[in-house]
Design a protein around this ligand. Structure first.
Ligand SMILES: C[S@@+](CC[C@H](N)C(=O)[O-])C[C@H]1O[C@@H](n2cnc3c(N)ncnc32)[C@H](O)[C@@H]1O
Length: 488
């Protein structure tokens, strides 16, 4: 089934990008096809004549059907020489510094040398192998961007997003280089509003930081993790260069440039098994053209990686004009905003992966026995609800609150082991849940009221950010009221 999505409208003013779009796309397609011929590599790229790329306000570039496409049709294959991942980057750097590596893929021979390839020559294989994929690729992509025409990846890099495309991501709200600009969280554990000193008048740089602090506490925490990950990766990269006596690291790898590379990777990486990377979580690749596919909550295409490359096959039928989608995973809007810089809503209902984390409401309610028992059974913390109601973990938390000495309770043990359902606990659990959900709704309304009255002046970016932060409270309100209705 095909859903028509209504996206938050992100107004893109970059006319330069629009003008150059088809030119750059042409160069990308040429690169994929021509270089395979020139390098005499087996033809490894295929793009169905039934699809095209369009730049659409609100969701950026996306892939659209130009003719009817059936389910299970292979529409794209991008060969290994065009995939950017730990293995291909290592192979490219090896062309310059002659380090010995296992050749899992053939990468096109690159002869152009410049001041940046001098940097590649400094690296030892062990040093590079110690980096995560994010660290290696962020550094490499930033340097390759600087190499301009000399870079094998130029056509791909030219089609990557700019910082403007990430302006809704909270990591960019703090201004400048992002990461670590958030200050302390002024939002209470339960998400209470902390008004700024200017009477909610968001018009200065200082207030950009305040806007980050108006995020729901769970979104704030998600963004903190994103910032911590970036800060850590940037530190590791700069330390590697400093250890090579490259003193002007901030000129070679400015924080803002590395942040842009890091965000491009984070929002466009596809997971797959790689022989060279050490951690499964680190097994990802960037795939030109495939990375134009936007997200939907449901899968409309599948991914496959094999000797031929990275392939996309449809799972549903498409009519001419339809947009093709891929699911980036079962992600809530808070997660999508912090990791990718967008939120999605369906016409009739909210993103079905939205959830509510009620841990901060439940944790203070436990006694010492209950905490011990939950920890022993690995059920302490992380209590969520979604449109289908509480998770089993949350049901356990609500049940244990009805047992003063859970260690001695046979019914609780039976429930925990799945021998008994939660009928015996249900009534009181629902009463507790109702109170929490009512509180969540009151808090969301309070936040909405405060944000609706914020004066942001003519700053378009701030207006869009404010709008997206408000939409997170709208999501919370909608989900809480839906679950409450179902409980009754
Ligand atoms: C893999 S890229 C997809 C191509 C992207 N639209 C572009 O212009 O390059 C992921 C990025 O696309 C945007 N995006 C993806 N799915 C979207 C959606 N359903 N609504 C709005 N933006 C979306 C977000 O900016 C996200 O970071």
């Amino acid at each position: 089934m095909y859903f028509v999505f209504q996206f938050i409208v992100i107004y893109k003013t970059n006319s330069f990008r629009m003008q150059n779009f088809s030119e750059k796309l042409g160069r990308l397609l040429e690169w994929i096809n021509l270089s395979t011929d020139e390098q005499k590599l087996p033809l490894q790229c295929y793009i169905s004549p039934k699809i095209t790329v369009k730049d659409v306000k609100g969701s950026g570039r996306g892939i659209y059907a130009t003719a009817s496409i059936s389910p299970h049709e292979k529409i794209i294959n991008i060969g290994h020489p065009f995939l950017l991942n730990f293995t291909t980057v290592l192979n490219h750097i090896a062309k310059h510094n002659k380090m010995e590596i296992d050749r899992h893929v053939t990468v096109p021979f690159e002869t152009k040398e410049d001041e940046f390839t001098e940097i590649y020559k400094c690296f030892k294989k062990e040093e590079l192998l110690r980096l995560s994929s994010f660290q290696l690729l962020s550094m490499y992509l930033t340097l390759e961007r600087k190499r301009g025409e000399n870079s094998y990846w130029k056509a791909f890099i030219d089609m990557l997003p700019t910082m403007e495309d990430f302006q809704l991501m909270p990591i960019t709200y703090g201004g400048g280089g992002g990461g670590g600009c958030g200050g302390s969280n002024s939002t209470s554990e339960n998400g209470a509003v902390h008004e700024n000193e200017n009477g909610n008048n968001f018009n200065a740089d200082d207030n950009q930081i305040q806007l980050k602090q108006q995020l729901p506490a769970t979104a704030y925490a998600l963004n903190e993790k994103v910032e911590q990950r970036f800060n850590h990766d940037y530190k590791v990269i700069t330390q590697l260069l400093l250890a090579k006596n490259i003193s002007d690291v901030s000129t070679i790898l400015p924080r803002d440039d590395v942040l842009l590379s890091w965000l491009c990777i984070n929002s466009r990486c596809l997971y797959m098994d790689l022989p060279t990377s050490h951690d499964t979580l680190d097994n990802f690749t960037m795939a030109p053209y495939i990375d134009f596919i936007n997200h939907s909550c449901d899968d409309h295409c599948t991914l496959k990686i094999d000797a031929k490359g990275f392939q996309i096959t449809t799972t549903t039928a498409y009519k001419p004009g339809d947009q093709l989608y891929l699911s980036y995973g079962p992600h809530s809007n808070e997660f999508l905003l912090c990791e990718y810089g967008f939120v999605v809503t369906l016409p009739e209902e909210e993103n079905r992966w939205n959830d509510l984390d009620i841990s901060s409401y439940l944790l203070p309610m436990f006694n010492a026995n209950q905490i011990d028992c939950l920890k022993e059974n690995d059920f302490y913390d992380n209590y969520t609800l979604n449109k289908d109601g509480p998770s089993f973990r949350t049901e356990v938390a609500l049940a244990i609150l009805q047992e003063q000495n859970p260690h001695d309770s046979r019914r609780f043990r039976a429930f925990l082991n799945g021998i008994l359902d939660n009928t015996v606990y249900l009534r009181k659990s629902n009463t507790m849940l109702s109170k929490i959900l009512t509180k969540i709704m009151q808090e969301a309304e309070q936040h909405q009221f405060v944000l609706e009255n914020v004066k942001i002046g003519a700053d378009e970016v701030q207006r869009l950010r404010l709008h997206v932060v408000m939409s997170l409270y709208k999501d919370r309100l909608a989900l809480a009221s839906r679950i409450l209705k179902d409980l009754k």
